[in-house]
Design a protein around this ligand. Structure first.
Ligand SMILES: [Zn+2]
Length: 424
């Protein structure tokens, strides 16, 4: 939280009633400790504009509720070292679920988004929402039992999935990968588990994770782009996730770059995803073998009767020039797409993530070079590109962060809902 936001919130306090003032001030203090901690009470008073007395009283309540804890003395030039305050990471836990068309991955995290338990389960028939709901409930029950975390300590459940999500109404409006339209996912799970449930587009969930706990912490304008089976994007503008008017912002993978190009999973032709996603890499590998090119991919295909992304990545790593060129070609299309994003959004940071970042340097380097070539002059000044390889677990952690961000956004509302902050 920037000091500007804090001050404007402090301004709001003067017009509110007493409880509302307290709620806002607790929120300010919690968020200061979360984003900049460890902090002393003096630091908090200085950054928030609240009086020392108010900070002392409010932090006392947060300590009594176990939400924060005291660390040993901080740095001090002479005299007594100030006591520093940090969030108590184990005051509560959240469950994150990544739902794909074939599996459910669950991660339980603490308040600092550190994973304390993980599990994944292959499930058939997830295209049927009833099967998906049952499987998610069972996975959560199993995870909680295995981790021995008491239900009373669980703040909520976050579910991330590909597609358009109305996060206000907790409805999946459209998910091509699951074949879903207008699926009410959160409510039945919430009723059965008696826990708050939030659903979010999976890339948006990852973006929230980066915004609150990752490379985007403290950044006002940044993008998260993911490459894998699909290509997605999350946008943070003025410090907030931008979902667009109907929850569909960030369909980066489906911008058309080659109108007469290969068919995309969305039904259109020449989308970025169809040119640069992992299936596109595999398609190009088959095409290279069929065209009779000199490549070790031919032997890989003969010995396993199919080609996979891993075959291409391994061949490229071992110096196979055809495999390297395939990954570079996919990377160049991605870089072209990224240059559009830079020109449109002027981000200070792009976090490039997803399973596709694990295919070696050729793809990433080609993407980075192509992006730089096509950016409008001046927009690449101070532009940072961070590569963050990830796996299914990271997606589940992203979904968990959706719950944490809700909690910190409205700490008292959430605490009342969960009973964690009974003292306030
Ligand atoms: Zn498409």
């Amino acid at each position: 939280m920037s000091s500007k936001n804090v001050n404007s919130r402090s301004g709001l306090v003067r017009t509110g009633n007493r409880d509302f003032m307290k709620e806002i001030n607790l929120s300010i203090i919690l968020n200061l400790i979360r984003s900049r901690g460890p902090l002393s009470r003096t630091d908090i008073a200085h950054s928030s504009g609240l009086s020392q007395g108010a900070v002392s009283g409010l932090t006392g309540e947060l300590l009594a509720s176990d939400f924060i804890r005291e660390l040993g003395g901080g740095q001090s030039k002479g005299g007594r070292s100030p006591v520093l305050l940090v969030i108590n990471p184990h005051v509560g836990f959240v469950v994150g679920i990544k739902l794909t068309d074939q599996a459910i991955v669950a991660a339980i995290t603490d308040m600092e988004a550190t994973i304390v338990h993980r599990t994944s389960k292959r499930v058939d028939g997830l295209q049927d929402p009833q099967i998906a709901i049952e499987a998610i409930i069972q996975t959560i029950e199993t995870s909680l039992a295995e981790s021995a975390i008491p239900r009373s300590k669980v703040i909520g459940v976050g579910i991330g999935l590909a597609g358009m999500i109305d996060s206000q109404e907790s409805i999946c409006t459209y998910s091509p990968i699951l074949g879903w339209r207008q699926v009410q996912l959160a409510q039945p799970i919430e009723q059965r588990l008696q826990l708050p449930v939030y659903i979010e587009n999976d890339v948006n969930a990852l973006t929230i994770a980066e915004n609150w706990f990752g490379a985007g912490r403290g950044r006002s304008h940044f993008l998260v782009a993911t490459i894998g089976r699909g290509i997605g994007m999350g946008v943070v503008s003025n410090g907030l996730l931008d979902r667009g008017a109907t929850g569909g912002a960030g369909e980066f993978g489906h911008i058309t770059l080659q109108p007469s190009g290969p068919r995309c999973g969305c039904g259109k032709a020449g989308c970025l995803e169809a040119l640069a996603g992992d299936p596109a890499v595999v398609r190009m590998a088959y095409e290279a073998v069929e065209a009779g090119k000199q490549t070790s991919l031919r032997q890989a295909m003969q010995s396993t009767s199919q080609l996979t992304l891993e075959h291409v990545a391994l061949a490229a790593e071992q110096g196979d020039q055809v495999a390297q060129e395939i990954l570079s070609e996919a990377g160049r299309w991605l870089g072209l797409g990224l240059s559009y994003l830079v020109n449109l959004f002027n981000p200070g940071l792009i976090v490039l993530s997803g399973e596709g970042t694990r295919t070696g340097d050729a793809r990433i380097e080609a993407a980075s070079q192509m992006m730089k070539q096509h950016i409008f002059d001046g927009l690449d000044n101070d532009l940072e590109l961070v590569i963050k390889p990830m796996d299914d677990e990271s997606w589940a952690r992203g979904a968990a962060c959706v719950v944490l961000s809700e909690l910190f956004k409205h700490p008292i509302n959430r605490a009342t809902r969960t009973g964690l902050l009974g003292v306030v």
